[in-house]
Structures are given as structure tokens and as C-alpha cells.
Design a protein around this ligand. Structure first.
Ligand code: SF4
Length: 357
């Protein structure tokens, strides 16, 4: 475990594409080393992790496994996650996937996934993620073509990627063709993680426009990261620009409490304060506002007034509306993770390690 994270700690060498290196140079030339643009790129990719143990000790971002085919994670009724591969074009230092063993689903494993999707009466939607599925258009096409041929219940295919902002030159004809080929069969939605407005250069904008023209609906899933975007002006700029590119704002995630992420994590209270300011400042259209959410060990949780039950010694207890019996119906091998329990109302409470401002 923790192969990539350990490698970064030992070598202290960033693993990034030439495009990302050039982007950092561009930030320095255009704005200087003390600028938000430079920090926004540097801190995501070049600030190497230390070996100092921090409060976040988890090695998985959530527990969604069970008696499922390799690569499949199941928490929700209608949607299933397929981890196609773990590789990415560039390694984000805060990435939770750096803790997972590297893998790419083989052809037989892809077939097993398709078979599983086709035989689950609840499923209508698949989220293909990784790693970055767009770095392997051949394997992605195999999966999507197979779903189209064998799983008529699946109507929506979502894909999570950073390739357009990590190496836009790697997004080619073969990728667009997948979406064009199945445009009448699926609603395609692609989430691009863009954490700082400086990432929105001409090259990724061209990809975003090309994907839109290929019939794909684009949305954003971003992470609140200390010294990258944890200030109101940067967030306003980011969400304004995403809106101008017709991207739907979705989640703004609190950085997940896993080994290696402490340096990037604000407190939940700070995240809530920024989310409140962002959504009530009058600078953003209502259609441009994200949902501030946390990824707990039992699934995503958008925070409302009564979501936080208690806070003590850096541990927050959240109340969710998830029910264990639902989980077991959709994923019979599901087990509640440590730090989660069924409360007197029959829903799941879960503990969460807070960040430090
Ligand atoms: S692109 Fe996504 S999966 Fe890949 S290293 Fe960055 S955050 Fe992790």
C-alpha cells in the first residue's frame, strides 16, 4: 500500500507532465513566485509530502467494497463506481489514490464489470474513475462499448478526469469518438477537477469546448485545498470562469482525511464559512454555486444545519441519512467501517478527522 505516496516522500521528485511543468513556468513568468497562480499550481503538484505522521491516518477514502467484481465500488442505489485504472497523467500531491496499489482492469475484469452492471435491477448510472480513465481511451472504449451492447439498464455514464488540465495534448480523436459513437444511447457527463482558475488556459478550454460539441455535459468537482484555493476571491474567480465555460458546478469537497493529506486540509468550519460566503456574496449566479461536501467513510455528505452532531479533540461526528439495510440490499457484502454506527433513528453516524487551519 501507499506505493505512490512513499515514492514521492522518498524521492521528493514531482511526477508531472511537461504541460504541468510548463504551466508552473507560465505562472512564474506572468505573475511571479508570490502570486496565487504560482501557489495554485506549485502546491498541487510540486510541494512534496513529508513523512511526518498527521491526524489523518485512513488508508481508504471510503469503504464501498463487498462481494463485487474487481474495480467496482457500491454505496448508492442507482450509481456504481468503476475504477478503471489507477494511473494519471500527473500526480497531485494531495491525491487519495496515491495510497492504493496500482492496477488497470484487464479485459476479463472489464467483462465481469459489464456483466455485473447488466444484472443489477437498481442500477441506471455508472461513474468511471480511477486514476484518470481518459489516459486510456482504448480500455475506456472497451468498457463503454460493452455497456452499450449488454447493459440496457444503464442510461448515464459519468467520467472523472483531470487530463484536460494535466495534459490537454493527450486528449485525441479516439476519445471524442467514444462519446460521438454513443451520443444517442447515453447521457455522458464528465467531471473535470479544476482547483485553481489559472488551470483554465487556452488548451484545456479548447478541450472543454470540443467535449461539449461532442454532446458531453461537463461539470466540476473541485477540492478545497489550503494554500491553493482556500480564499474567497480565488473561489469566486474559479466558479465564474467555470460558469462561463458552461460547466455545471457540483461538489466542492473538503480534502479527504487520508494519510498524506493533512497539509492541504482546512478545518470543516473554515470550509463551511467559505462555502457560506461563496454562496451568499452576490458575486456568483445561483447556477454557478457548488455544494460543499465531505467524503466520509460511509459516503459523500453535503452539510446542513444538523449534520454535525459533535466535535471533540479534532474528531467530528456527522449524522447521515444513509441506512445500513439499504446498503446491504445493494451490496450484500458491505460492512460498516470503523468509526461508523447505526443511530437510534436507524441512520448511520460517522466520525471524521477534522483539518487544522
Ligand atoms: S488526477 Fe485525480 S486521481 Fe489522479 S492524482 Fe490527481 S486527484 Fe488523484
Amino acid at each position: 500500500m501507499a506505493a505512490l505516496l512513499n515514492l514521492l516522500r522518498e524521492t521528493q521528485k514531482p511526477r508531472v507532465s511537461k504541460y504541468v511543468r510548463d504551466l508552473l513556468d507560465r505562472a512564474k513568468t506572468e505573475h511571479g513566485e508570490n502570486s496565487g497562480a504560482y501557489r495554485g499550481i506549485y502546491n498541487q503538484y510540486f510541494r512534496m509530502p513529508t513523512a511526518e505522521p498527521g491526524p489523518a491516518q485512513s488508508e481508504r477514502h471510503y469503504n464501498a467494497l463487498g462481494d463485487l467484481p474487481a474495480g467496482v465500488e457500491r454505496l448508492y442505489r442507482r450509481v456504481v463506481v468503476v475504477d478503471l485504472l489507477t494511473a494519471c497523467s500527473s500526480e497531485c500531491v494531495f491525491c487519495i489514490r496515491g495510497l492504493y496499489d496500482p492496477h488497470t482492469l484487464k479485459g476479463t475484469e472489464v467483462s465481469r464489470v459489464i456483466d455485473y452492471l447488466a444484472h443489477d435491477r437498481y442500477l441506471t448510472e455508472v461513474l468511471i474513475t480511477g486514476g484518470d480513465p481518459l489516459i486510456s481511451p482504448g480500455r475506456l472504449a472497451e468498457l463503454i462499448d460493452g455497456i452499450a451492447a449488454s447493459a440496457p439498464n444503464i442510461q448515464v455514464i459519468r467520467i472523472g478526469t483531470r487530463l484536460p488540465v494535466q495534459n490537454p495534448f493527450a486528449v485525441g480523436k479516439d476519445t471524442y469518438e467514444i462519446f460521438q459513437r454513443h451520443a444517442d444511447r447515453f447521457l455522458f457527463e464528465i467531471a473535470i477537477q479544476i482547483n485553481h482558475p489559472f488551470e483554465l488556459q487556452n488548451e484545456p478550454i479548447e478541450i472543454i469546448n470540443h467535449l461539449s460539441r461532442s454532446g458531453v455535459r461537463l461539470y466540476s468537482q473541485n477540492v478545497l485545498l489550503k494554500a491553493v484555493n482556500d480564499d474567497l476571491d480565488t473561489l469566486i474567480d474559479l466558479y465564474e470562469r467555470l460558469r462561463s465555460l458552461r460547466m455545471i458546478p457540483h461538489y466542492l469537497f473538503h480534502a479527504v482525511p487520508m494519510i498524506g493529506t493533512d497539509e492541504f486540509r482546512t478545518s470543516v468550519a473554515r470550509g463551511l464559512e467559505l462555502a457560506r460566503q461563496l454562496t451568499t456574496c452576490g458575486h456568483l449566479s445561483g447556477m454557478g454555486k457548488p455544494m460543499f461536501s465531505v467524503m466520509t467513510a460511509v459516503g459523500k455528505l453535503t452539510l446542513y444545519e444538523d449534520s454535525i452532531l459533535s466535535e471533540r479533540d479534532g474528531i467530528i461526528t456527522f449524522r447521515t441519512s444513509y441506512r445500513l439495510e439499504d446498503r446491504l440490499r445493494w451490496n450484500p457484502g458491505y460492512q460498516l467501517p470503523e468509526g461508523a454506527w447505526v443511530n437510534e433513528q436507524g441512520t448511520i453516524d460517522v466520525q471524521y478527522v477534522d483539518g487544522v487551519d
